[in-house]
Ligand binder design. Structure first.
Ligand SMILES: Cc1cc2nc3c(=O)[nH]c(=O)nc-3n(C[C@H](O)[C@H](O)[C@H](O)COP(=O)(O)O)c2cc1C
Length: 372
């Protein structure tokens, strides 16, 4: 068997069939208009990945309400008619190249670098410092204000309305972001959730908000519209975070989300790659567990541009799909290159020399091809 055969086989999530197992990982490019409307340049950017062979694209996290969900300046949103129209143009461009597309929905909570006052499950300052290149704020995060139950309800509504708009815009589904230290992960994480109501305390309570959001979106959108979830142990500013009770916690989390009606589970990685982040402290593999326990399609992520490694994960039934992030940024045709046995351009953080936006990368790319 060639060492890419499993990767090049057709797959499916619900009724959405995908010609191969490559998924574009969501990557915030801070390239929307100031009011969060996606641009024609974003449509051209995403279309390149579909043209390059990515069967399924997960678009960068879009904010879900105009209160305090926005993470960064120039982050796209999905809360207005203009946003919906902008995204519809992005989806059309991707579909025209044969690609399927899911939108990630994200609420920043305590790690917003955009809003004046951030809100979170509890008034706990996030560890680490703000990300560079994503807006005017920098340094330590603020201490967020604690959300009351009415505000939590409004957050749920924000996710549901945004999902409905995503369906109108032509997306094949949405991915609810409960990972990397953003709002829903702040609820899940005991260090940032000190609540004593139905959203705090036990793990069952801490996953409840994500569960409710998934269930409510399923009720509001059509049967074929996918509703997935992104999970991670690590936080953007703390790569060494692990779920305290390993497999026991994972079983509660995966089962709760499957019962809520999730169509897929995406296990995300931070800096140290899939093997490190998708295992418990004791070394048990979480993507394989998610598959076995729920029977749902699972997307693995983290340093998986290495075709042999990615292929082994799929062929050994540890995951169904492989999401590629940074290396795809420099190789939008990564699936085609791998299928044809052509080498990949190595990722380098130099790509952000002029900033994180698509336009900034364009400038850097132009310089590279001139000097190549
Ligand atoms: C520039 C950049 C932006 C990112 N934005 C998001 C995002 O919007 N949502 C998300 O869940 N992950 C985001 N990520 C994380 C990636 O989806 C992915 O998990 C990470 O890059 C590891 O995969 P890789 O090793 O293939 O790059 C981002 C990563 C990068 C490099």
């Amino acid at each position: 068997m060639s060492d890419t055969q499993s990767l090049l086989q057709q797959g499916a999530i619900g009724s959405v069939t995908v010609p191969n197992r490559f998924v574009l990982a969501p990557m915030s490019r801070a390239s929307a208009q100031d009011d969060g409307t996606p641009t024609p340049n974003m449509a051209r950017y995403y279309a390149k990945f579909a043209r390059g062979g990515f069967g399924l694209l997960i678009a960068e996290g879009a904010y879900t309400d105009d209160q305090y969900s926005q993470s960064y300046s120039n982050q796209p949103g999905l809360v207005s008619d203009a946003h919906e129209k902008g995204w519809a143009q992005v989806v059309q461009a991707v579909n025209a190249e044969g690609g399927k597309m899911i939108l990630q929905l994200i609420h920043a909570g305590a790690v917003s670098q955009h809003v004046e006052h951030s809100y979170a499950p509890s008034a706990v300052r996030p560890s680490g410092t703000m990300l560079q290149g994503y807006g005017h704020k920098s340094g330590a995060y603020d201490v967020p204000r604690e959300l009351d139950l009415k505000e939590i309800d409004a957050i749920k509504q924000g996710f549901v309305q945004a999902a409905k708009r995503a369906e109108n815009a032509g997306f094949d589904g949405v991915e609810v972001h409960c990972a990397n230290g953003y709002l829903l992960d702040q609820f899940l994480t005991p260090e940032t959730n000190l609540r004593t109501d139905q959203y705090g305390g036990s793990l069952e309570n801490r996953i409840r908000l994500t569960q409710d959001i998934i269930g409510d979106i399923q009720l509001t959108t059509g049967r074929d519209f996918l509703v997935g979830v992104r999970l991670s142990q690590a936080k953007a500013t703390n790569p060494d975070y692990f779920w305290h009770n390993g497999v026991k916690d994972a079983e509660v989390i995966f089962s709760a989300l499957a019962q809520a009606g999730a169509d897929f589970i995406h296990l995300a990685s931070e800096a140290k790659g899939y093997a490190y982040h998708s295992a418990t402290r004791q070394g048990e593999n979480l993507s394989a567990l998610a598959k076995k326990l729920t029977g749902l399609p699972v997307i693995a992520n983290g340093g998986l541009h290495d075709a042999a490694l990615a292929n082994a994960i799929v062929s050994q039934d540890q995951a169904d799909f492989i999401a590629v992030g940074k290396t795809a940024m420099l190789n939008p045709d990564l699936p085609k290159r791998i299928a044809q046995g052509r080498p990949l351009r190595d990722f380098s953080y130099d790509v952000f020399s002029y900033g994180v936006s698509i336009e900034a990368q364009g400038k850097w790319d132009a310089e590279q091809s001139v000097s190549a």
